[in-house]
Design a protein around this ligand. Structure first.
Ligand code: BGC
Length: 346
């Protein structure tokens, strides 16, 4: 297809393609490296196109600057405490790559792999990956696909996976959004509404204690539109420990149903983004650890809190939390998860 082009080569010499998708006035570029959304362009209220996701211009930056910009993360997105979990009576030890914990699938998670382009058209691409039994110490040979589809005013992401042995599976996309444009600086004036009455408070290393706590009466409450920056620097222990928002919210409604999870909007551009998910949770992460002056696409300089992530997911550390919805994928069963981002202007 003419919309597939060479993007670059990994340090190991693997070829990476970029797939340019468009539909109506939305366009998007996807890399075969990490199944990464490199750009996502939508119209602002004046009809001008704005690229609203952070990204890099070269594969080298994706390989070396460790922030999962736009990538699909797995096999287990988010954290597993001490990198350990038991399944069917056997203990598994995963790489420790975030403080004392395992994060985003380990050292070479799915975000660092070159995926295969299975199918593509003007407005969709389906990428696939095979993850061998024992890779990053996870059990089971797993086959997975991620399909990005543009509709007239939305981008949907469909994740499917099967494994030949029982395993754990938690896939998400790690896009960093800034609805005033990726290079516009702080995102703290942008407003967020989360359909979540509860969140999962964490210890200092971002591992949930296991309980679901009501957001009511705390700066974690986004049930009404609130600026991201309004309470981010309060002395609420969860925000102090997380250096901002870095928390899993329990999405209201029935797990497995595609249901509204969040709406973000930006007064400056007029861009409004709604998120729907089938997953139990969504991680709100306010890019707390993007260092000041990090070079981005087209000469942009990114910094802390220049974006926000809404990572649809199983709750962090679910493999060690029997009261959380199970993230076990049984042999032969299908993991099937959809996230949809819907755009409009106000
Ligand atoms: C995590 C953050 C982490 C970031 C890495 C987020 O999903 O919750 O703690 O720093 O990913 O880019």
């Amino acid at each position: 297809m003419s919309n597939i082009q060479h993007f670059g080569q990994t340090a190991k010499g693997e070829d990476v393609a970029v797939i340019a998708l468009s539909k109506g006035d939305i366009s998007c570029k996807v890399l075969s490296f990490g199944a990464t959304i490199q750009s996502l362009t939508v119209p602002d209220r004046n009809g001008q196109s704005l690229d609203i996701v952070l990204g890099y211009d070269s594969i080298k930056e994706y390989e070396t600057l460790d922030a999962y910009l736009g990538a699909v993360v797995g096999r287990y997105a988010n954290r597993i405490a001490k990198g350990k979990f038991s399944l069917n009576g056997k203990e598994y030890s995963l790489a420790i790559n975030n403080g004392p914990n395992h994060l985003h699938g380990g050292i070479v998670g799915f975000s660092y792999k070159v995926w295969t382009i299975e199918d593509a058209g003007e407005d969709f691409v389906k990428l696939s990956l095979e993850s061998a039994d024992g890779e990053e110490a996870y059990p089971g040979n797993m086959k997975l696909t991620v399909t990005y589809t543009l509709e007239n005013s939305s981008l949907s992401i469909h994740y499917e996976a099967v494994s030949d042995a029982d395993t754990v599976c938690n896939l998400t996309n790690h896009s960093y959004f800034n609805l005033a444009g990726h290079s516009s600086g702080s995102a703290l004036k942008q407003e967020l509404k989360l359909n979540a009455e509860f969140y999962t408070p964490t210890d200092a290393d971002s591992i949930p204690y296991g309980e679901l706590s009501p957001v009511a009466g705390t700066p974690m409450d986004f049930r009404e539109f609130t600026k991201l920056g309004e309470r981010i620097d309060s002395d609420f222990i969860q925000l102090v420990q997380g250096n901002g928002y870095d928390h899993n919210y329990v999405v209201d409604g029935e797990v497995g149903q595609l249901r509204p999870a969040a709406t973000a909007r930006c007064a400056e551009s007029g861009i409004c983004m709604q998120l729907e998910t089938t997953q139990p949770g969504v991680q709100l992460y306010t890019a707390n650890y993007i260092n000041e002056g990090r070079p981005g696409k087209g000469g942009a300089a990114y910094g802390p809190r220049h974006a926000f992530c809404l990572e649809t997911q199983h709750f962090p550390d679910s493999p060690n939390k029997p009261n959380f919805p199970s993230a076990v994928l049984k042999a032969g069963e299908k993991y099937d998860h959809t996230a949809r981002f819907i755009f409009s202007v106000e």
